[in-house]
Design a protein around this ligand. Structure first.
Ligand SMILES: N[C@@H](CCC(=O)N[C@@H](CS)C(=O)NCC(=O)O)C(=O)O
Length: 205
């Protein structure tokens, strides 16, 4: 049996959560290595590209979240077989990464600098990406691709929940509702999907 080990931060969210859910949906066992931020600071230099998540397959390391999402998504039936639907799924996965790369640099800011940077993002890139994601969703219907739940739905839903949560200073919690309420309805649909609820039910046991 293939041994899978996924290393990521000890949070129920972020880049690795769709991968954990997909492993569970596939019924494939994996070691869910969760590390603290101080632990990561110590090991950062030894990770390829200085970042997480890392997936080890029989001890061989692979990185890059979207590739990992596709790989495990295929095992779980959460990645489209049709090439065009796969393109639509990848479009949403890639858009989230682009947005994260614009948002993450603000994490090191504080005070007025943080406020200014976040407000600029809200008026600019975040609004652009929220509206763009809503367009992709409108094309797909209830889901981003394949007329059913895929890893794209999981990845987008976690981002939308994060924006709505109030955890990100200066990002209004009603931003998504104002710009694209369909994304909130989609996030609720995704989070109440049995693929997601059964994962958390199993995790709480
Ligand atoms: N392109 C990489 C980006 C990974 C990434 O930036 N991960 C974040 C955590 S979600 C990280 O490890 N950041 C630590 C750092 O940059 O020091 C991927 O898609 O996996």
């Amino acid at each position: 049996m293939t041994a899978y080990k996924l290393t990521y931060f000890d949070i129920d969210g972020g880049r690795a959560e769709p991968v954990r859910i997909a492993f569970h949906a596939a019924g494939v066992e994996f070691e869910d290595e969760r590390i603290s931020f101080p632990e990561f600071a110590e090991m950062r230099g030894s990770t390829r590209f200085n970042s997480l998540p890392v997936l080890e397959i029989d001890g061989t390391v692979a990185t890059q979240t979207n590739g990992i999402c596709r790989y495990v998504g295929k095992m779980a039936g959460l990645y489209p077989q049709d090439d065009i639907q796969a393109l639509y799924c990848d479009e949403a996965l890639g858009a989230i990464e682009d947005l994260l790369h614009r948002l993450v640099p603000t994490f090191s800011l504080e005070g007025d600098e943080l406020k200014a940077a976040r407000e600029e993002l809200v008026a600019g890139w975040i609004s652009t990406f929220v509206k763009g994601l809503a367009e992709i969703l409108e094309r797909g219907g209830d889901y981003f691709a394949d007329n059913k739940l895929t890893v794209a739905d999981l990845k987008v839903a976690y981002l939308i929940q994060w924006f709505n949560s109030g955890q990100l200073d200066h990002i209004p919690t009603d931003l998504v509702e104002q710009l694209a309420p369909a994304l909130n309805a989609h996030a609720e649909r995704t989070m109440s999907d049995p693929v997601v609820t059964s994962y958390y039910a199993a995790r709480s046991q």
